[in-house]
Design a protein around this ligand. Sequence first.
Ligand SMILES: Nc1ncnc2c1ncn2[C@@H]1O[C@H](COP(=O)(O)OP(=O)(O)OP(=O)(O)O)[C@@H](O)[C@H]1O
Length: 557
Amino acid sequence: MQKNPANIIVKFLNLLKFEKAEIYSIYIYAILAGIIQLSLPLGIQSIISFVLGGAISTSIVILIIVVIVGVLAAGLLKVNQMKLIEKIQQQLFVRYSFQYAHNIPKLNLRDVDNYYLPELTNRFFDTITLQKGIAKLLLDVPAATIQILFGLILLSFYHPVFIFFGILLLLIVYITLRITGSRGLQTSVQESDYKYKVAAHLQEISRVVRTYKFSRDTELPVRKADKHVTGYLKSRTAHFRILLFQYWTLIAFKVVITAAMLIVGAFLLVNQQLNIGQFIAAEIVILMIIDSVEKLIVNLDNVYDVLTSVEKITKVTEKPLEQNGRLDITDQKGFTIKAQNLSFGYTDDNRILKNLNFTIKSGEKVCLQGAYSSGKSSLLKVISGSYKDFEGILSINDVSIHNYDVNTLRSRVGILLNIQEIFKGTLEENICLGDTSIPHKQLDKIAAVTGLKPYIDTLKDGYATELLPLGQHLSYRVIKKILLCRALIGHPALLLLEEPWMGLEDEYAASVQNYIMNELKDTTAIVVTSDNTFATTCDQLFFIDNGALTTIQNKDR
Ligand SMILES: Nc1ncnc2c1ncn2[C@@H]1O[C@H](COP(=O)(O)OP(=O)(O)OP(=O)(O)O)[C@@H](O)[C@H]1O
């Protein structure tokens, strides 16, 4: 997909807005340093004039001191600039770390469905490219630009012909960037796209390493890598071609300016339009300008890197977050769920839920059944507030679900879907999800109900045991029990459970059912299970067939 370079530059400028104060200071320091640095050629010019005039006096000593102080002051300014840049670098890392941690759980699920998030978040690593790049960009580019400008202004005082060179330089830089800048950015972003494709492929190989070990085609991972690496090399070569063109233009300019200025300088010296002091000073200034042009050349690549990294990082930070209502549901005692003509689909042309109508009163227990892929999980996900773009009405306590603050709603909902997973953290974090207000007694109680307690008792660190991502090293049954504890903990007002006791020992399957039915009396629960005995104990039985819902009231209960 073609990226619009103007958009990327706007994103970069938006990013700089946060660091406005620091950047202004850096530029002021750069201007001061630029002025002070001119004291070097001017000082030397005066010293030479004094020496040639045979006037060795205290003035020379003072001048030498002035030059030395100038060098020292320029150094001090540089140190201050570096301090500010260090601050900006730290701020960038902190900002993106928190933005990623804050935004990822709040991403619109509809968007999340189309990505493999662990891969998408690889873009965070571009923060490091940005940190490094921005340091160079803010240190070298303003310093070099200001030195070129001041140098040319100073030279034009020696002779107006130098003004011509100044204008020529600006024109060449402008035309070169105008012609190649946009294409350079495009190729840089393309190169980065392929870099991430290669990384994603390697990540995927690692994720399913066991499968690849048994692969009949042992070359498959390499062949797949080859495709992305070829794309990477092609776009990198295209990018390098543009860089080369830009380098050559600046090198050509450097050669021309060196030759012309030396020739013009020598000519002016011979014609006595410049004295020897002025000539040497002019040559120092020319050397400074050339050095600055060199810095700009080296930094061109860096400019592309910085802009590309901004484009990549913002792939996550600028994704739309889920819509949120304002109503706090924390203090509402029970949840009555009502659906009127509720329809939902993941795509526009395929309705998974079709015109559902039901009422589940507060505290009622519902058994949800249906064939494979009939939409049972989808219904639970919609009721949990994860997908808001349904048609019809879905309300909790007669208020549309759209109006509730998602965070307060989720704090009242216990949910167990087949897709939920264990994350890297302690056992307690995996159950309580950071809610430190849950008493240990309750934790123990739920662990006993689900049958997790005997397992915890075998652990040296108990609830503080660190779990690996995806619950590696844990048995399916233990994972299931942890996830069940997560759903049941905190006395939820609404329980949405998918096959909660499937795979549990009979004893614990019974205790979980007993807990839901008898100890969570005021909790509204929807349980997907094919367990017909449980179904008969529920207040209602919902049956989904091809997206349509049939509800049966269980009057005998
Ligand atoms: N995130 C998604 N994006 C697109 N389609 C999806 C998504 N999740 C589920 N589906 C599709 O929606 C349909 C219903 O899936 P759902 O998981 O709700 O059914 P289910 O009754 O719970 O199935 P099962 O009994 O197999 O768990 C399926 O065809 C499934 O492929």
